[in-house]
Design a protein around this ligand. Structure first.
Ligand SMILES: NC(=O)c1ccc[n+]([C@@H]2O[C@H](COP(=O)([O-])OP(=O)(O)OC[C@H]3O[C@@H](n4cnc5c(N)ncnc54)[C@H](O)[C@@H]3O)[C@@H](O)[C@H]2O)c1
Ligand SMILES: [Zn+2]
Length: 333
């Protein structure tokens, strides 16, 4: 998987697509909002450069992340004569990336995909590593595949139009990377949080570069989440329950923020983590404008539909200090 990060590369995309020599027929999958902002322009530009390009969109937001959307998109691809030689471009946030990834991995038994992330969440996390998926009634991301993108093209300039709450949403995952693996990154975010919240593109780019590097290294060592990759789920077991409970009105990163605080509480309870480190993490989440308190704390039993759970125990990712985590198998009583 190649990752390229460069600003203001949008106009250069058709040239880049040609030089990659993956295909000359592109199905651009996006959501209703990104279509208007960037999607139509991209398709026009690809066509102008002699490439086949069509745009396929669905209503923006987590609620579209279901099998119905995947089916509709796949039917539309057939109607527009896309075939095994075609390539999908996922242009958008994590929702677009996860849905388009699933379409690409199953359409005609699998065609290549290029990820062009447009949210911070997608740039530093969801576009990397090839996890695809949609939600089922029973829970989040329960239906999906692994389908590694041919390439990920990251242009932080897209963030210029991102609403602030979606910037905060992405910062939650960035803080997660700091806690699981990189104290220096955690401190960098801490010291620069005000500028980051003001969309300081160079500083955001530095955070993106560090997070993508961490994720790539982890994913390369454990592509199918058999072992090491599970540490990326820090905050996600509790987070997924909260996200689903809110009927997906709570943003993923906001739910993960609460999930990290709950995991930390458990780690302090089990004497794995100092109270001081737990407070430090909570403080940074708060400074980043993320929630740290919920009245509706999930119990371990509530995690039953989580992929990390079996009937009798739950695997929880728990920090031991900032920059280090461990995975504990905890019995469900
Ligand atoms: N596959 C993975 O490894 C992985 C990792 C982390 C998160 N995820 C998934 O990612 C999803 C969350 O992703 P997200 O936070 O990017 O949400 P999202 O895709 O819904 O995007 C958030 C909102 O921002 C809009 N938007 C996107 N780019 C924009 C831009 N440049 N300017 C203005 N508006 C823009 C979108 O239309 C949407 O309304 C969740 O479903 C989560 O499960 C997947
Ligand atoms: Zn996540």
């Amino acid at each position: 998987m190649k990752i390229s990060i460069s600003t203001k590369s949008f106009a250069q995309l058709p040239k880049k697509m040609k030089s990659l020599k993956i295909s000359d027929s592109f199905a651009v999958i996006t959501d209703s909002k990104v279509k208007k902002l960037y999607g139509d322009k991209l398709v026009w530009n690809l066509r102008k450069n002699g490439l086949k390009a069509e745009i396929f969109s669905f209503p923006h937001g987590e609620k579209s992340k279901n099998l119905g959307t995947v089916e509709k998109l796949s039917n539309s691809l057939v109607e527009k004569s896309f075939d095994r030689a075609s390539c999908v471009i996922a242009l958008g946030g994590g929702v677009v990336g996860d849905i388009a990834g699933l379409v690409a991995s199953t359409f005609m038994r699998g065609i290549p995909i290029i990820q062009i992330p447009t949210t911070l969440m997608a740039m530093l996390d969801s576009s990397i590593g090839g996890k695809t998926g949609v939600n089922l009634k029973a829970g989040k991301n329960l239906f999906g595949t692994f389908h590694v993108p041919e390439t990920v093209l990251i242009d932080p300039y897209f963030l210029k139009t991102l609403p602030i709450r979606h910037l905060k949403n992405g910062l939650a995952e960035a803080i997660k990377y700091g806690v699981i693996q990189d104290k220096k990154l955690f401190n960098y975010i801490d010291h620069n949080i005000e500028d980051l919240l003001k969309f300081h593109l160079e500083k955001l780019e530095k955070v993106i570069r560090t997070c993508t590097k961490i994720k790539t290294e982890i994913v390369e060592k454990d592509p199918e989440e058999k072992d090491l990759r599970r540490i990326l789920n820090y905050g996600h077991s509790f987070g997924h329950v909260l996200e689903k409970r809110s009927d997906y009105t709570l943003l993923h990163g906001f739910a993960v923020s609460l999930g990290m605080v709950l995991a930390n509480q458990k780690a302090v309870e089990m004497k794995l983590l100092d109270q001081e480190d737990a407070s430090c993490i909570k403080k940074l989440l708060k400074k980043a404008g993320l929630p740290v308190y919920t009245m509706h704390k999930p119990t371990l039993k509530n995690l039953i539909h989580d992929k990390k759970t079996t009937q009798n125990h739950v695997n929880l990712v728990l920090p031991t200090k900032i920059g280090q985590v461990t995975i504990k198998k905890i019995p469900i009583k």
